[in-house]
Design a protein around this ligand. Structure first.
Ligand code: ADP
Ligand code: MG
Length: 439
């Protein structure tokens, strides 16, 4: 049942959960729409296993994406193929969020700090410890999947912990808009506004770019903003751009949003990405060795959400195949996350690089002079030409102007010495990196 609603939903969901998750859980047909009606949708997973996984990892994103693509809140029910009907009817699965809309899984404790986010993290901590006093408003901006929403929930959770859950309210620009439209329809706009004044001490308004250009919503946000600030209440705003660059935003909101502290989050460097990966892997009880961490962190540079997508996929593959996560497992099952292999160097490049390394001329390696300081590098160059370029002995012989048996002898000798002497092995390993242009 592939409706337009489903297609729209998929494109929003992909932005949230990343292409990797989308591929493995949705496009592959694991999760399908079962029933789409005016007031809700039912999605069906192909098995109980995938149902559990999707419920635990993707449900909040699925709910938000339906709401975003439909332009209103949608009741999402998740089930699986073969689920007992009664259970599904009686227990529609809801997200784990509480009524203040805080996601308790996003805290300062599990937020990894690096150069990319240390300023925003410090500002968020200061606000969480002294709401309304430190920086008001705090405006956090940056690209998708870099931790803005995480920081907002972290602030909210710390405040809620002190207040027993009272006085904190998280919503996105879209949810603010939805609530406002509903309030207009029900003629309760006065109560809607009042709630912010009387019930909310810390307002966390996420993805505020959504309201830009929606005049009526901007007016309401302005009103709520002024009212809350007048009473010394804390406002935290997040957006994908700084206030000055959000297109179509009303000038007076631009000014208000800029009058506190503006902090950005940037894409993490490799070290921070590795630290985030290690933290998340540990939380998922997933054993990811260092070399795999390095490869993944180097590949995924622009979004922590994308990194989570890769980890989720790793976790699913690991559970499915019951094999430890190693580089060879990655090669076999997730080759697409590996960098494309560089083409091997040519025999002439190998000769050139070996000659440079030993401070001799390439012509010496190819010629038939026999001093010891040249014979050894020549043998190494032959060995590398065979192991790196995979050329046959006669082909190598032609390049080095030597007969077949000399080449065979050289390659065999280097192989034997590498086995016997760790220094030779280290030297050859280093040379291989040099000729491949890796060092
Ligand atoms: P944004 O709101 O900037 O688009 P999110 O806050 O939703 O991004 O982050 C996307 C995902 O990445 C979330 O699951 C979040 O927990 C995680 N994440 C982002 N930055 C970090 C970080 N520094 N440490 C731990 N998790 C992070
Ligand atoms: Mg966000």
């Amino acid at each position: 049942m592939e409706t337009q609603a489903w297609t729209d939903f998929c494109s929003v969901l992909e932005r949230r959960i990343g292409a990797q998750n989308m591929e493995i859980w949705v496009r592959s047909g694991v999760l399908k729409p079962d029933l789409v009606s005016g007031n809700g949708v039912r999605l069906k997973a192909e098995s109980k296993y995938s149902y559990d996984w999707i419920r635990d990892n993707l449900l909040p994103d699925i709910e938000t994406s339906w709401a975003e693509s439909a332009g209103r809140p949608v009741n999402v029910e998740l089930t699986w193929d073969g689920a007992p009907q009664a259970v599904v009817e009686a227990q529609p699965v809801r997200s784990k969020r509480s009524t203040n809309h805080l996601d308790r899984a996003m805290t300062f404790d599990n937020f990894v700090v690096g150069k990319c986010n240390e300023f925003a993290n410090a500002a968020a901590n200061a606000v969480a410890d002294a709401p309304g006093q430190a920086h008001n408003p705090l405006f956090i901006y940056g690209g998708a999947g870099l931790g803005k929403t995480h920081l907002m929930h972290a602030i909210g959770n710390r405040v809620a912990q002190r207040s027993g859950g009272q006085g904190v309210f998280y919503c996105t620009g879209q949810q603010f808009f939805d609530g406002m439209v509903r309030a207009f329809q029900n003629r309760t706009i006065q109560e809607y506004r009042e709630r912010f004044r009387t019930e909310v001490d810390v307002l966390l308004l996420d993805d505020v770019q959504f309201i830009a250009g929606r005049d009526r919503t901007e007016e309401e946000v302005f009103y709520v903003f002024e009212m809350m600030r007048a009473e010394g209440k804390q406002i935290v705003i997040a957006a994908d751009e700084p206030p000055q660059e959000i297109g179509k935003l009303e000038p007076r909101l631009r000014t208000r949003f800029s009058c506190g502290l503006i902090a950005d989050v940037k894409p993490p460097d490799v070290e921070t990405m590795m630290a985030i990966l290690a933290t998340k892997a540990q939380a998922m009880r997933l054993d990811v060795p260092q070399d795999v961490q390095m490869v993944v962190a180097q590949r995924i540079r622009n979004s922590v959400r994308e990194l989570e997508g890769v980890l989720n996929r790793l976790s699913a593959l690991h559970a499915f195949y019951g094999r430890p996560i190693t580089m060879s497992f990655i090669h076999e099952r997730m080759g697409d996350i590996l960098p494309p292999e560089a083409p091997p160097p040519s025999a002439d490049q190998i000769i050139q690089r070996v000659a440079d390394h030993y401070h001799i001329r390439p012509g010496d390696i190819k010629g038939d002079r026999r001093p010891a300081n040249i014979a050894y590098p020549r043998q190494l160059a032959m060995y590398l030409t065979r192991s790196v370029c995979k050329l046959s002995f006669p082909e190598i012989g032609r390049i080095f102007e030597r007969d077949n048996s000399t080449v065979q002898y050289a390659c065999k000798k280097v192989g034997v010495e590498m086995k016997k002497d760790p220094n030779v092995r280290a030297e050859v390993d280093l040379l291989e990196k040099i000729v491949r242009g890796l060092v």
